[in-house]
Design a protein around this ligand. Structure first.
Ligand SMILES: Cc1ncc(COP(=O)(O)O)c(C=O)c1O
Length: 384
């Protein structure tokens, strides 16, 4: 009965150049991915510090799984409220400078669960229009009134807040934007917070571990609560929210996406604590990441490409969806994996090549990328 509708929708997805068919990866090692036996330089990963395949982190996780087992085997609210998880949450709160923390199975669940639980009809949420899909879904599910402001524009945020008047509002943004690669103006956000007194939730998924002093991100001065994920610079899986203590109690009581799901295993909590040490000691990796990002941006700009991004995520503006797919396909033929981000991840007709750098990318890798991209663009132009 539904089959015809599904087939029809897939066909129009194909016709619009939006069909998703990710290539099958056999394994990943540092900055390389393997497609069968083919080794390809990876610019599509969020493993910014190159930790996830490091010996140190593999050993920690393996040791902790041997010690504590593979699963928590229950929801946190039934029989998985392990003291180890509580301890790890307190350590994360301390490291990042918040009162407490709650671990979630994923960043998607964190944003969805937190926003849909904390807010309710008649509340007002003001949000940057480029926040992650999980936050948008959470805001919608809360039933609150919501108002988008132009991406990155603190002036537009101010106008929104002025229009809304004195009643309490919440502001939701990211610190390092996942697709645009640009940074929140934290100073301006703090100024607005002082003036309007809103509750501010900032997603630091792409910042924690990778930027800020000792990887602590950049948004603490403006944030009441901040979301982090283990699956990016921290090289693991799962996620967390850093928050005032009273909100932890609230989430544990009311957040369905936390109550009705198997919690992360205690082996994860033990590894997460080891990770804090690794993150603290990762200044060299952060410097390498910063250098790779800067070199990539400077080289692309010098070659006349239109590129955006302030750190280790760069958005190469391509435009038409099919062109972005074609650029990515030709790069892959030449040994480079760079992801074409298309609608609805980015606006329609404004497809990008999302370039994610990692600490292991060398100057040679960056030069290889830029030279190959130039050649690919030349070929595409020639073929009309
Ligand atoms: C800004 C942002 N928040 C949250 C998430 C979701 O995190 P996770 O992959 O842990 O579900 C992502 C991941 O794509 C993201 O880019």
């Amino acid at each position: 009965m539904f089959e015809k509708r599904f087939a029809r929708q897939l066909t129009s997805q194909r016709q619009a150049g939006l069909y998703r068919n990710p290539p099958q990866i056999t394994r990943r090692e540092g900055r390389y991915v393997f497609f069968g036996d083919r080794k390809v330089l990876n610019f599509s990963s969020n493993d910014y510090l190159s930790l996830s395949t490091s010996r140190q982190l593999r050993r920690s996780l393996a040791r902790n799984v041997m010690k504590y087992g593979a699963s928590s085997s229950s929801s946190r609210l039934v029989s998985a409220n392990y003291s180890l998880i509580g301890r790890a949450e307190r350590e994360y709160a301390r490291y990042f400078g918040y009162e407490d923390a709650v671990f979630f199975p994923s960043g998607y669940q964190t944003n969805y669960g937190v926003l849909s639980t904390l807010f309710q009809p008649k509340d007002r949420i003001v949000f940057d229009k480029h926040i992650h899909a999980s936050s948008v879904k959470g805001i919608r599910a809360s039933g609150a009134d919501f108002y988008g402001y132009r991406h990155g524009s603190m002036d537009h945020l101010k106008k929104r807040l002025e229009t809304l008047g004195p009643d309490q509002a919440a502001v939701v943004t990211e610190s390092l934007f996942s697709m645009d690669g640009d940074l929140l103006d934290v100073g301006a956000c703090c100024e607005l917070k002082k003036r309007f007194g809103f509750f501010c939730i900032i997603d630091e998924a792409h910042a924690f571990g990778a930027i800020g002093e000792k990887g602590r991100g950049i948004a603490r001065p403006a944030a009441d609560a901040a979301v982090g994920t283990f699956g990016k610079a921290l090289g693991l899986f799962g996620a967390f929210i850093l928050l005032p203590g009273y909100l932890k109690e609230y989430l544990l009581n009311f957040a369905s996406p936390l109550i009705y799901t198997t919690s992360l295993p205690p082996a994860h909590a033990a590894t997460a604590m080891d990770l804090l040490e690794m993150i603290e000691q990762a200044d060299d990796r952060r410097q390498q990441l910063f250098d790779a990002g800067r070199l990539m941006k400077e080289s692309l700009v010098r070659e006349g490409f239109s590129v955006q991004g302030d750190a280790h995520i760069l958005a190469l503006q391509v435009g038409p969806e099919d062109r972005a797919v074609e650029v990515s396909r030709r790069l892959m033929e030449n040994g480079i994996f760079a992801f074409p981000a298309r609608f609805p991840t980015v606006p329609l007709n404004r497809a990008i090549l999302r370039i994610g750098l990692c600490a292991e990318h060398t100057e040679q890798d960056v030069n290889f990328f830029v030279e190959t991209l130039k050649r690919v663009y030349g070929e595409i132009e020639k073929s009309g």
